[in-house]
Design a protein around this ligand. Sequence first.
Ligand code: GDP
Ligand code: MG
Length: 679
Amino acid sequence: MQAVNGHYANGDTPASSEPSYERVQIINDEKQFTPDLTNQVQRWGLHNAGFDYDIVAVFGSQSTGKSTLLNRLFGTNFDVMDETKRQQTTKGIWMCKAKGMNVMVMDVEGTDGRERGEDQDFERKSALFSLASSEVLIINIWEHQVGLYQGANMGLLKTVFEVNLGLFGKKTADGRNQRTLLLFVIRDHIGTTPLANLKATLAADMQKIWETLSKPQEMQDRQLSDYFDLSFAALPHKILVPDKFESEIQELRKRFVEKGREDYVFKPAYHKRIPADGVAFYMEGIWEQVQTNKDLDLPTQQELLAQFRCDEISTAALSEFNEQAKPQRRPIESGKVVEGLGSMMRNWRKGALDRYDRDASRYHPGVYKRKRGDLVSVIDSTLSPLFLGQLKNLHKACLASFKKEMLDGLRGEGYNFAHVVATARECCEQRFVEGGREVLVEGTDWSYEEELASLKEEMKSVADQCRKDETKKMVNLIERNFKRQISEPVELDLNRPTADMWDKVLTVFRETLGKTEASYLAKAKSFNCTDEENVAALASLRKRAWLALRSKIDEQTADAAFLSKLRTYFEERFRYDEQGVPRVWRPDDDIDGAFKKAKDQTLELIPLYSRISPIDKSLEYTLPSEPSDPLTSTEEFDFPSTLVIFSETKAQDLGTRFRRDADAHYVEAKRSTVSSVAQ
Ligand code: GDP
Ligand code: MG
């Protein structure tokens, strides 16, 4: 025998050495309930039986052959009093699984001499416990005890009924009365009194007991038949007619086994509707109440049981769920989009709820439902961060691929910006919506709309920034083209100083600028630029074109270049004649006159170049001046001052330098005549 907290699980007979028939002491002589019953139910193979099991208990005086009867009927191995040895059996309530049936059998073991008060307490409590927890209570009685109130233990039965009528008065959660079958087994039936007479006597006794119970006020009109069915059997004398005894036992056994029989004892109405995996907890609760002498309240017991079991089942389902969900937390937190996360989450959730439903739905419906709601909300609060994390990661990934796709699209020649952006956006949005839809879980109120709206917003601002950059690049390109286009014509014009020189320069400028503006507008169309942006870009383009022209002019009028222009101009007039033939000065030539004329004509060029001023005033060009802006780092721009090429002082200085140059030519010319004369 092994002791579990003072309880014994018996393993000393061949039958009980198999775990499926082990005997267990569910209540020991200290009146403690065993902590091992759940495990024992499992070892009996009944844990997953659901409602497919029954419980039978026995009631009757000491040594009336109760244990013998149970062992014969159910193949159990409860202790039987050995008359020759008078050995002491262990007091308490024992339980055993019936052979070949899903039946748990309870046997009560008392002691002799039940006059002692302590034993009466145990008898009363164990009787009460047997009655409350079993479907069928076998009431074992000698034939000669029938009709004898005291001898047949009827007093005890009355006490049990009376003190705990509350137990039978309340209805269960599904509105039924708790019904129990009282099966009277009359022992040592000799046959002189027919069974029918014995039945009538016993039924009348029960009725009398019921009527004389002091019932609670609200239960005055309750009948015995509201709670109990009575059934009867008689067995012959075991010692005198052992064969007959045995065959009658086998006959009685059929009433426990053959479900089709009219007198089959385990009718559904007697079942306590406690799933097998909850039976241990349920019985412990009943024992607890028997012990503390509270009114037995089975519906409350059932609810308590449901709470306990539903919690247990929920915890088990949840722990499996957490095992599944946990490995995905890290990748989500590290920013990954987890492939197939939605279908995983739906599976975990469904798995947990299915498991809970399978095991918990047999318990009290209200409790089952409430605990299910709790489970759902715990599950969803675990899944929700995964859902939100996945959306966030998807958002990031989509935005990155949007940028990449857009930049790839802008790499080629002749792209249409608006088209490139629209294609990239569509593709990215579709990917997000697909991913977002995948990760939705039915039964929740989750949505990806908010994240989608923020993604759209960000795509728009990325596209806007990109458009600005692209526009800037385009304007730079156009500016470079402009410079290239004006370079040669302006250089040519500035090398031919005529009165309408500036008219020609400005005409070239205007025509080229016109073409440039047109090409900007053509390109800007594909960028979806706003009118405001177009106005700003054109203004900037005009200013940059003007400054480009100015810088071309500066290049052409830099000191050395300009002095060389003057020199060429002077020489063309002083050293060459009208036909362009080099002059050879003779002594009688008017060198002074020619020199003065050429010099004066050349000096007239200085005011011509010193300011951009066309003859045709309609060609004059203006631009708005603007102050410097530290934000856009534009320099101060004062248009009128850009018209001035040389200041007054500069003009004088250039004149002086030119004169010095010219004088050298004069001296050289003079010298050449002297030398020719000298020859
Ligand atoms: P329990 O105390 O009620 O469990 O009774 P037991 O089963 O231990 O039996 C007590 C004694 O009665 C034993 O010696 C049995 O052999 C004997 N006994 C068992 N069944 C019968 C029966 O049907 N008739 C008679 N006369 N004796 C029996
Ligand atoms: Mg016994």
